[in-house]
Design a protein around this ligand. Structure first.
Ligand code: TXA
Ligand code: MG
Length: 396
């Protein structure tokens, strides 16, 4: 081959390779845009991604939610926004839908689902009785981030309640959520829209990360407002009991019903009792790195964490710190996350799950978190943090 032919060949090959590369990229991008997961997941299906939000005209929102609603009525699954975290919805009254939810999440089927309603009138048909205190709590906090446990009626299949005689019910305040529930027939069973064991998704980005290829549709709306799952209160007993702390705090509940108990297993990992909300017994939200919570006088906490991270660094291990704004500049870790002011846990609640996912994405092997005050919303933040850390807390 002469020099001219060789050049010709290289030139042709270059153009040809460019063409192949572009078409591979276009195909891949198209797949991702259309929400089709590359073929390596366990349950494969085409997921339609539907952006929806304030920019849409009301008739467009109506059209999109009607399509989502008919998927639910035909036994399919749709992820949707709520004010707490994104939910993974199916028809709560259809046992086959509930089975599909467990499969899509990879969740143990003894962990019951919450039934979401949009109209208080719908409560009566799914429960045996509505205790007086539940009425007061519903008046005060529904629609909103409160779930109540009732004795279930026959209408609710055991597949939805994980075999229990009780049913968890919540009425979300997110407007898209309640319109979607209406259009779906009124009863949506929805756990958080994450793969079991991962942090609950606070933005559509994380729903897509976990659920593409596993469900029929994702309603891609704004980030959620609260960031932690609803408060769960058992109202089947004389004195209502908190089974999972959340945005509606113990103090707020006491203000309405006077006395309220807290399930002892929520904070005490040494308790021999079994948690009353079956889901609370699983180690949730665990980041890939080792997470340790450090509690004590702020300067001692900073000193301890800096000593630890320096030692890890000297061994070439990547470190992360989750801290309050007040102490942010004092740390020297590879990744430092700002959980907002110590005096207001709202930012910490909103960002916690995102931080846990980001530490994973950044390959952080050792994470240290400042402890939060165990009062008000701090109770919910500490509960999730403790679970993520497998109750590993150091007092300095
Ligand atoms: O904010 C929320 O509650 C979100 C959004 C999507 O609404 N949903 C949510 O669902 O967090 P999930 O499945 O991730 O958590 C439901 C919790 C589990 O811990 C489960 O064990 C408990 O509720 N639960 C459900 N039904 C129950 C029942 N009948 N008795 C006791 N606990 C129950
Ligand atoms: Mg969950």
């Amino acid at each position: 081959m002469g020099m001219a032919e060789l050049l010709h060949f290289l030139c042709f090959f270059g153009v040809f390779w460019g063409f192949i590369k572009d078409s591979v990229c276009v195909t891949l991008n198209k797949e991702i845009q259309n929400g089709e997961k590359p073929k390596n997941g366990a349950v494969e299906m085409k997921t339609k991604i539907v952006p929806i939000g304030k920019m849409d005209a009301p008739e467009d929102i109506n059209k999109k939610l009607s399509e989502a609603g008919s998927i639910i009525q035909n036994g399919g699954l749709v992820a949707f926004p709520t004010e707490t975290v994104y939910g993974l919805g199916g028809d709560a009254l259809n046992p086959e839908s509930s089975k599909k939810i467990y499969a899509a999440k990879g969740r143990p089927s003894d962990n019951p689902l919450i039934v979401h309603i949009a109209d208080i009138a719908h409560l009566e048909s799914i429960v045996c009785e509505i205790p007086q205190k539940a009425k007061l709590l519903a008046d005060a906090f529904w629609p909103g981030p409160l779930t109540m446990i009732f004795r279930k009626s026959q209408l609710v299949p055991y597949q939805t309640t994980g075999g229990l005689e009780t049913v968890a019910v919540r009425m979300p305040s997110n407007v898209l959520a309640s319109q979607f529930i209406e259009k779906s027939g009124g009863y949506i069973a929805a756990p958080s829209a994450n793969i079991s064991g991962r942090p609950s998704p606070t933005s559509a980005k994380y729903v897509k990360q976990d659920m593409i290829g596993r469900i029929d549709m994702i309603l891609e709306a704004d980030d959620v407002e609260i960031g932690l799952e609803s408060t769960i209160v058992d109202v089947t007993c004389e004195v209502p009991m908190i089974l999972r702390p959340g945005y509606i705090t113990q103090e707020m509940l006491c203000g309405i019903v006077g006395e309220i108990k807290v399930d002892e297993t929520i904070f005490d990992s040494s308790s021999a009792a079994v948690p009353k909300a079956p889901g609370m017994k699983y180690r949730h939200y665990a980041p890939k790195g080792e997470l340790v919570i450090v509690e004590g006088e702020p300067r001692a906490v900073v000193g301890f964490i800096n000593e630890k991270t320096a030692a890890h660094k000297s061994r070439g291990e990547r470190t992360g710190v989750l801290c309050t704004e007040e102490w942010l500049t004092q740390y020297h870790a590879d990744s430092i996350k700002n959980a907002g002011s110590r005096n207001d846990c709202k930012t910490a609640a909103m960002r916690l799950y995102t931080f846990l996912r980001e530490f994973d994405d950044e390959n952080i092997a050792y994470i240290y978190a400042e402890a939060f005050d165990n009062a008000g919303l701090g109770q919910a933040v500490m509960n999730r943090l403790l679970k993520a850390a497998g109750h590993h807390i150091v007092k300095v």
